[in-house]
Design a protein. Structure first.
Length: 273
């Protein structure tokens, strides 16, 4: 609302305009995340084969992975991007976009690493990840390892970087467009360090399952935003512990888990061919 003074009119001023820009940026990230959820759900419909679902071709998987990361991570990274936008508002409106792009590049690299690891295991171990062979046990151990990682010092350090946007930005500051990309990539690296075990659990539970994708995304958001930090990490560790034990002992009791061999159509192979 403007205030009229004798001889001139005073508007809201540049500060209010900057706030609107930051709010618009956050809203845009949330909208992109929402579109990512919608698109991913469409693409992955009927493809959930449970633990260690096939990843298809590299190109197809990489596209799905990047969109998944945008859907899962943008809501929790939005405060960091908004703060970065505030700190660079007088320099370039492009910088926050480059920061976000660098963040996604790091997650894309993590996806490539996961694909390479899966391909190597398939080549060396054959069908070791098949449910009727070692897949069930590997899945359970993977989730249990993720539970233990929640309580490690490395997890604590990485989560601290994610939960303290100002501290990260001040400690990693680089000027210019290249600096924005580097900062975004570095923030993504801390995020990968924080969440890699949760992502491994997603593969162990069904990487093509929108339900498990939503569960992992919710856990990540809680860990990064809940004021009670230790309650969040201990709660996550307890959840993963229960899931790991159930995978080993009674997988049929886990809600929303697709147990391989139940007759689902293998649409993943059709997509990858």
């Amino acid at each position: 609302m403007s205030v009229r003074a004798p001889g001139r009119e005073v508007g809201p001023g540049p500060a209010f305009a900057a706030v609107r820009v930051r709010l618009g940026l956050v809203a845009a990230l949330v909208v992109v995340a929402g579109v990512g959820w919608w698109w991913t759900a469409r693409q992955m419909h009927g493809m959930d084969e449970g633990p260690w679902t096939g990843l298809g071709t590299l190109g197809w998987f990489l596209v799905i992975w990047v969109v998944m990361m945008a859907a899962m991570m943008f809501p929790s990274v939005a405060p960091t991007v908004a703060l970065y936008s505030r700190m660079t508002r007088r320099r370039s409106a492009l910088l926050p976009l480059l920061f976000t792009g660098g963040y996604l590049v790091t997650w894309a690299a993590a996806g490539l690493a996961a694909f390479a690891l899966a391909a190597a295991l398939e080549r060396v171990g054959g069908d070791v990840l098949a449910w009727e062979h070692g897949g069930r046990w590997v899945a359970g151990v993977t989730v249990l390892v993720a539970a233990v990682y929640e309580l490690t010092p490395l997890k604590e350090v990485c989560l601290g970087k994610c939960r303290s946007p100002l501290g990260f930005l001040l400690g990693a500051w680089r000027d210019g467009r290249w600096g924005a990309l580097r900062m975004g990539a570095k923030h993504g690296a801390w995020c990968v360090g924080c969440c890699w075990a949760l992502m491994a659990s997603l593969f162990a539970l069904g990487v093509m399952s929108v339900t498990w994708m939503a569960v992992v995304a919710g856990v990540i958001a809680v860990e990064k935003t809940l004021p009670w930090r230790r309650a969040a990490t201990y709660g996550t560790a307890a959840l993963l512990l229960v899931l790991g034990v159930l995978l080993l002992a009674a997988p049929d009791t886990i809600p929303a888990l697709t147990v391989p061999g139940t007759g689902q159509v293998d649409e993943m192979e059709q997509m990858g061919s």
